[in-house]
Design a protein around this ligand. Sequence first.
Ligand SMILES: Nc1ncnc2c1ncn2[C@@H]1O[C@H](COP(=O)(O)OP(=O)(O)O)[C@@H](O)[C@H]1O
Ligand SMILES: [Mg+2]
Length: 289
Amino acid sequence: MIESGGKKTTSTFPEGNSREDHPIPGKDKEASSKKGSRDNVIIKVKDLNLWFGTHHVLHDINLDILERKVTAIIGPSGCGKSTLLRTLDLMNKLVDTCEMKGEVIYQGRNILERPGNIYDIRKRVGMVFQKPNPFPKSIYQNIAYGVHIHKIHRVKDVDEIVEQTLKDAALWEEVKDRLQESALGLSGGQQQRLCIARALAVEPEIILMDEPCSALDPIATSKIEDLINELKRQYTVIIVTHNMQQAARVSDYTAFMYLGKLIEYGETHQIFERPKQELTENYITGRFG
Ligand SMILES: Nc1ncnc2c1ncn2[C@@H]1O[C@H](COP(=O)(O)OP(=O)(O)O)[C@@H](O)[C@H]1O
Ligand SMILES: [Mg+2]
């Protein structure tokens, strides 16, 4: 059977990369003046353990997520990728049998213990799911709905938000003449970009994507990948994917998980070209998975 490479991976930050090495691309005054971005670790996961009932699903996870980067989480099915993602937007708190220990530090506090306003976290941390799940409403309403429930008050009216977010999600040109038509009439790839637009409409900081392309064909997939590349100018993206080529194409950092443990975390090219752990190497070379 597969043996671990032996070394324990406890480093939270990709080795050899001090935070000074990671200036925020296109860093602007706004970014440095708010959101506590003295450094650019936006979420810090510390010694996270998670159980569903007696099933110990996540083991001692330490992970620093960098602002305005794309981080991919890879690993075989059932290793805890989605569970880790759902810890970050506090979805696991809704599961009765779920118990968590450790810390998820976001905006200066451990949100597992002190989430503050949970709706505020959900607004700041958007989620895009595996299967596109637009509401059975018009394209326009799909975006406007999120804006209304989060009661965003600002000068721009909803029409403008709808247009801008559809543009940001690279969908506007395809749907601008049919905004009042049902979202269910869109192709799968368009529906997924609509779901991304819907997530963007409430102005999140972080976008979590759980295998966002697994239901899509290669062309639709490549549009989403291009979009992810654009999104990191403004957002922090964390993407779960079981497609290693996709991780290599879209991400700056990659975290490899196996049996609930974070085996290795580092810059994507390092993970794929010079993995430090034997387990990582076995996985990326397709010896198991
Ligand atoms: N809500 C839940 N209740 C009980 N067990 C769960 C729940 N969600 C996930 N699990 C279990 O946690 C483990 C990790 O699952 P998951 O995070 O979905 O893996 P991955 O996304 O890597 O395929 C699996 O054994 C799964 O059955
Ligand atoms: Mg999953």
